[in-house]
Design a protein around this ligand. Sequence first.
Ligand code: TTP
Ligand code: MG
Length: 361
Amino acid sequence: MLVDLDYFFAQCEELRNPLIKDKPVVVGMYSGRTEDSGAVSTANYIARGYGVKSGIPLFLAKKRLEGVESVFLPVNYEYYETVSREIMQIFRSHADAFEQVGIDEAYLDVTQRANGDFDAAKEIAKRIKAEVSNSIRISFSAGIGPNKLIAKIACDVQKPDGLTVITPREVKNFLQPLPVDRLLGVGRKTAAKMEGLGMRTVGDLAKFDVQKLIAVFGRNLGIYFHNAANGVNDEPVQETGEAESISRIATLKENTRDLVIILDKSSQLAADLHRELAEKKLWFRHVGIVAILTNLTIRSRSKTLDSPSNDLETINRVVRELFERFLAESDLDVRRVGIKVASFVKVERSQRQLTKFFVSK
Ligand code: TTP
Ligand code: MG
């Protein structure tokens, strides 16, 4: 079973202020450059009716809601995390194995407690829905299937407050008509490539010669696509720890207290670190520095951002600020410098999940 909390950040906002429930609610990541710069994190379903959705610029959201009484709020991660933690505890208590994927989504293996029976699994989902609704007052959608891949796609069938069950017998008919990009890991580029080869639906992909797929996409991806299109997926539900921080460290050419030299090195580190962030599509909320001094003591400083960021400029700005402050407080030379970003926010988790999938295979 895959469970995904409905319009999560916006639903959390409605939870603590029910008066906004009947209006469009938009939760945004404000970049702080100008009043309206930034992107929509998520929006409630009323706002979605006006074409407001995750990822669009805030000014565009404002434009689409022009003349409509609506509510715009900045993301408040700490609060969403506390709500999420409580709900995840409930989910966990109903599963044989439990795997949280990001702040609002989790896989529950219920095979044993449902005795392998899909009707029983559906009853379990209903019980969890009732419990979460009564104790936390949050709704979610659930997909149930013979494996994680099907459960995930099933969950998207009906939202919000959906419950979709796909039994093994239904898998083929369920998958066949879907566009290829509904499979985890098929993005716009891959979909275009597949279309060029005459594959538009998952059914087309399922029938496509696997050797040809491998020739085009490489062995790992080719086999993955072939299996996925045929509903085959044997990834277990397992507790996984995600990376909590990413860091880089380097030794300076000379021991120094010169800010220019330190920033020169740290900006190289930042550029390299930022490449990894971009690849993993991670946004961060903490930036930190480490200084190893000539007497080998380790000093660190860090800062929490007002809102999540994904840009190199922000890293460099905060790193500079932290080193300036640090140098003002310490009089020893610095030998090695390190930088760190942490408290990640997912943006495009599907791509990340796929990466994880290949790494774990
Ligand atoms: P989703 O589950 O993708 O979206 P959702 O819960 O808002 O809506 P749905 O009812 O379709 O499940 O993401 C969970 C949260 O992650 C979302 O509430 C806000 C955040 N998020 C972003 O900050 N940026 C994004 O681009 C996306 C997709 C989500
Ligand atoms: Mg959600």
